[in-house]
Design a protein around this ligand. Structure first.
Ligand SMILES: *[C@@H]1O[C@H](CO)[C@@H](O)[C@H](O)[C@H]1NC(C)=O
Ligand SMILES: *[C@@H]1O[C@H](CO)[C@@H](O)[C@H](O)[C@H]1NC(C)=O
Ligand SMILES: *[C@@H]1O[C@H](CO)[C@@H](O)[C@H](O)[C@H]1NC(C)=O
Ligand SMILES: *[C@@H]1O[C@H](CO)[C@@H](O)[C@H](O)[C@H]1NC(C)=O
Ligand SMILES: *[C@@H]1O[C@H](CO)[C@@H](O)[C@H](O)[C@H]1NC(C)=O
Length: 412
């Protein structure tokens, strides 16, 4: 969730829309007015043949010890039972990379695949994800896994302002956060614990730019914290590789960024605030980033940036989520290529496929209009629905999963 703010971004959005010869439509429940199915639509056939090898989200599910495991709630629900496949691999690690995987995923555009990306770039990144931790979300680094893995996923919705949910959030075994996850000054409302931080390079950098003046001055860091890369672009693979190697990004729009602090390099100051938001289209963003040049390099991931610190969502998992849970009507419009599940949705669905119990905080609810877009805003800003995400569809999904007892959605 993160509509653009300020006239600059509006202008850029409109320019982007105009250039593509399309009308930038704000959300309405009727997407009918859009032109019919676009030609050259992505091949949306998904089958179980995308994985070179058998894997599981092993070591994560110990539900027999849970009082109310979500897997049981799924089994009891005819609709969701048909959607969930809890064996679908959530993460992609080096051991899964093979020719067959390349051949199948190179048919699909990022974030669902590797169409147009170089084999060498993908292979060189994945071959670094060879740590045993890379294939599991909850790697037992010395610590035994709890018998019942309880997770909180903290979105950035305005519903959390004044919620006093901090202690409840921190009481979970694992806490997922994403994008502009401001903590300082909001500890009572959002807690302090962060086990996972999820992002695309695009949303991360733009959160730093857009919310820097609201307190998001650095990406969360910590010894026990793990990063979940959403592979929405070649940038994510390149940044991930540089982060593991501890070298500056060698190429592309992030060239010169020093993702991990290495001996002798100091963290650069946060980039200055600007008018654009994490969900602005890339074209608008590119225009902006050349117009507001922040000091570089920015250090993102802290000092101990070893391979085990980074997780990569499997492109096929993202495709599976889109097909089964978030198959938006927007996909059949001229905006189809802009559409993908939001970062928050990807994190919440990741938790639902790996934890035994999941609570969602700061996610969109039916009374979203009562709250500001984000909890950390100083002045109330309405949530605006853009065409790159389908927040209405996501809201319905969270409500239905809550009703089915599969997750607990914080509402007020
Ligand atoms: C989609 O991919 C499948 C499997 O590769 C293929 O059989 C099918 O013809 C493709 N459909 C389209 C519309 O390209
Ligand atoms: C669930 O996913 C696994 C892994 O991809 C696959 O082997 C299995 O056939 C799937 N199960 C169903 C019922 O689709
Ligand atoms: C990936 O690259 C490594 C060398 O870095 C090579 O040994 C391996 O065979 C490559 N993988 C594939 C599937 O070609
Ligand atoms: C992973 O790959 C790197 C670089 O190729 C190598 O140095 C390291 O020993 C490998 N680690 C494991 C656990 O195989
Ligand atoms: C946050 O909540 C306080 C009251 O708890 C309210 O006064 C303030 O306007 C809210 N901020 C926004 C941006 O809605």
């Amino acid at each position: 969730m993160g509509p653009p703010r300020g006239p600059l971004c509006w202008l850029l959005l409109l320019l982007t829309a105009a250039c593509s010869g399309i009308l930038l439509a704000l959300y309405s429940s009727a997407v009918g007015p859009y032109p019919g199915p676009r030609s050259g639509a992505r091949n949306a056939t998904w089958s179980g043949t995308f994985f070179g090898r058998e894997v599981s989200n092993a070591g994560t599910r110990k539900s027999p010890h849970c009082r109310h495991p979500l897997s049981l709630a799924i089994q009891k629900h005819p609709h969701f039972r048909a959607l969930f496949n809890l064996s679908t691999p959530v993460l992609l690690s080096g051991g899964l990379f093979a020719r067959e995987l390349w051949d199948s995923l190179s048919q699909y555009k990022a974030p669902y695949g590797w169409q147009g990306l170089s084999f060498q770039a993908i292979n060189s990144t994945l071959s670094l994800l060879n740590d045993s931790e890379s294939s599991k979300l909850f790697a037992a680094s010395g610590k035994p896994l709890p018998n019942c893995v309880r997770c909180a996923v903290v979105g950035n919705g305005g519903i959390l302002n004044g919620s006093r949910q901090g202690l409840n959030i921190d009481a979970h075994d694992y806490v997922f956060r994403l994008n502009g996850a401001v903590i300082k000054g909001f500890e009572k409302d959002v807690g302090t614990k962060t086990s996972f931080y999820g992002f695309t390079v695009n949303t991360m950098k733009n959160s730093l730019i857009s919310y820097g003046n609201l307190g998001f001055t650095s990406v969360p860091q910590g010894q026990d914290l793990r990063y979940i890369f959403i592979p929405s672009d070649i940038r994510d693979y390149v940044m991930l590789r540089s982060a593991i190697l501890g070298v500056p990004v060698p190429e592309g729009p992030d060239r010169g960024d020093s993702p991990a602090r290495t001996a002798g390099t100091a963290a650069g100051p946060a980039p200055p605030p600007s008018a654009c938001s994490p969900t602005c289209p890339t074209t608008a963003r590119a225009a902006l980033s050349t117009s507001s040049t922040g000091p570089r390099p920015q250090t993102y991931f802290g000092p101990e940036a070893s391979a085990g610190k980074f997780k990569l969502l499997h492109p096929h998992f993202i495709g599976y989520l889109r097909e089964r849970f978030l198959k938006s009507k927007l996909m059949n419009t001229n905006f189809g290529d802009l559409y993908m599940p939001s970062t928050g949705a990807l994190m919440l669905l990741t938790a639902l496929h790996t934890c035994d119990q999941v609570s969602a905080y700061g996610f969109i609810t039916s009374n979203y209009w009562k709250f500001s877009d984000h909890y950390f805003e100083r002045i109330k800003k309405p949530l605006i629905f853009y065409v790159n995400h389908d927040l209405s569809l996501e809201a319905t999904l969270w409500k239905d999963l809550h009703k089915a007892g599969i997750l607990r959605l914080y509402q007020r």
